[in-house]
Design a protein around this ligand. Structure first.
Ligand code: TYM
Length: 350
């Protein structure tokens, strides 16, 4: 059976939405609207997996949920043509996650590098939710039987787990799936990660070997989507570089992580390739290149920041977008949940 193509992706409302989130994910969300039916989700249930000190408590969670929604819309996502909502409003995410908890294996979760990174040394003290994070993520995607998932490079392993869960569910329940009219024996598709563009892994401005991250204690390590022009300029001018001039060819970036990162950011923001960027700036000093990068960043990000500001000033409007999106998401989710319950053997009202 050919699955209807559908896009799903999510962003956590944990504050400090940054250039990595924008270039690695949101820019691709915007593009995919032209070719696919898309669902874009603010994954508030995932935010809870970290200690309260990280996600900031109830008021911050609500504020950040609205801010991510505002970022989606300010970046060009159309919540009327597509679906924008927050995860906790659709109960199917948690319900399907439970069933997937019983499909996924402990050994699979033990291999997840993001859990190891986030739990750190004190693994005993990590929440069960953090360990289970990738299973909820599989439920997010498969609740809509989504076929394509635009994400940054760091989510690749989680997407592989989603594919494994889909496959094992289809295998474990194959006969039941067929007897419920899915003659191919495939109920869930294996979602394909879409990791595209020159900035699938944007690095910290202070250390080119570390990912740009919401939780880095140094605000200078990232460009936030809410930063004003002066802050952007200051952060880029302070960004770590090396003493050599920029290389003329992409190969020359291989051993120079900071240069590679800045050129990648420039390429992604200008819709060019890294070699095209080096064609213009190769052989020159960083100071000149950084001035152009500041200009480009400010030109691209300032309109988004001001539209975000306008939107978050009207929380009732933002909430109405999320409520409307959740109503439409719930309809798709209900079909999947009913069929899943039948396939598993849960008795329900018909
Ligand atoms: P989150 O909120 O951490 O990140 C949101 C998106 O931004 C991408 N990203 C980056 N891309 C490039 N460079 C970076 N430095 C960078 N940092 C983050 C992430 O890859 C992601 O695409 N687990 C997801 C949220 C999620 C989800 C889902 C995604 C929950 N359920 C279902 C897809 C499908 C996450 O880490 O979000």
């Amino acid at each position: 059976m050919a699955f209807v193509e559908r896009v799903f992706s999510g962003v956590q409302p944990t504050g400090n939405l940054h250039l990595g989130n924008y270039l690695g994910a949101i820019v691709n969300f915007v593009k995919l609207q032209q070719t696919h039916n898309c669902l874009y989700c603010v994954v508030d249930m995932h935010a809870l997996t970290q200690p309260v000190s990280v996600w900031g408590g109830p008021l911050e969670l609500a504020r950040n949920t609205r801010e991510v929604t505002a970022a989606f819309i300010a970046s060009g996502i159309d919540p009327k043509k597509h679906i924008v909502f927050n995860q906790s409003q659709v109960s199917g995410h948690a319900e399907l996650a439970w069933i997937f908890n019983c499909v996924a294996r402990v050994g699979w979760l033990n291999r997840m590098t993001q859990f190891k990174e986030k739990a750190g040394k004190d693994r005993e003290n990590a929440s069960v939710g953090l360990y289970d994070y990738p299973v909820l993520m599989a439920a997010d995607i498969l609740l809509y039987r989504a076929t394509h998932v635009p994400v940054g490079e760091d989510q690749k392993q989680h997407l592989e787990l989603s594919r494994d869960i889909a496959q094992k569910f289809n295998n474990d329940f194959g006969d039941s799936i067929r007897s419920h009219g899915f003659n191919s024996g495939l109920f869930f598709p294996q979602p394909e990660p879409l990791i595209t563009g020159p900035a699938t892994r944007v690095m910290s401005l202070r250390d080119g070997t570390k990912k740009m991250s919401k939780s880095d204690s140094s605000d200078n390590s990232r460009i936030n989507l809410t930063d004003d022009a002066d802050t952007i300029a200051q952060k880029i001018r302070k960004a770590k570089t090396d003493p050599e001039p920029l290389p003329s060819e992409e190969k020359g970036l291989e051993t120079r992580p900071e240069a590679d990162n800045l050129v990648g950011i420039f390429a992604a923001l200008s819709g060019r390739t890294k070699s095209e960027v080096l064609g213009e700036f190769g052989g020159g000093q960083f100071s000149n290149f950084k001035n152009s990068l500041v200009e480009l960043c400010v030109a691209k990000l300032s309109p988004i920041a001001s539209e975000m500001k306008r939107l978050v000033a009207d929380p009732r409007h933002v909430d109405s977008i999320l409520v409307d999106g959740a109503d439409r998401a719930r309809e798709i989710a209900a079909d999947t949940m009913k069929a899943t319950q039948d396939i598993v053997g849960f008795v329900r009202k018909h």
